[in-house]
Every structure is written in structure tokens, then in C-alpha cells.
Design a protein around this ligand. Structure first.
Ligand SMILES: [Cu+2]
Length: 66
């Protein structure tokens, strides 16, 4: 399934890469696309990931789920 999220804390391409890597590390996640200009990302996942799981992964990388 496809999921879309909004993220706070990204300021540059490195941030976008860190977010991409953090999301890709979650189980079953693939095809992560991070949109720096719009502070958002979308990805495909085998099962729907809850906000808590996504927020924890982003927090660990230094960003936050909006
Ligand atoms: Cu940055």
C-alpha cells in the first residue's frame, strides 16, 4: 500500500537523504520518495505502518513526523 507523510526538520538534501534512509530501514518499506520542498515523503509498504512507528524512526534520525 502507499503511504504519505509530512515531516518537520528537513533543511537540505542531506536531511532528505537521512529521512529516506530512516524510512527505508523500516520493515516492508520500499520506493521511498522524499520531497524536500514540500516537507513530505511517500513510500510503499507491505502493511500499513502506524504513526508511532514512523515517528520513532524519524525521531531517531533527528526529524519529526508533522
Ligand atoms: Cu540538512
Amino acid at each position: 500500500m502507499k503511504q504519505a507523510i509530512e515531516i518537520t526538520g528537513m533543511t537540505c538534501g542531506n536531511c532528505a537523504r537521512h529521512v529516506k534512509e530512516a524510512l527505508e530501514a523500516l520493515p516492508g518499506v520500499r520506493n521511498v520518495e522524499v520531497d524536500l520542498a514540500h516537507n513530505s515523503a511517500h513510500f510503499e509498504s507491505e502493511r500499513e505502518l502506524d504513526r508511532k512507528t514512523i515517528a520513532a524512526a524519524l525521531d531517531e534520525a533527528g526529524y519529526a513526523l508533522a
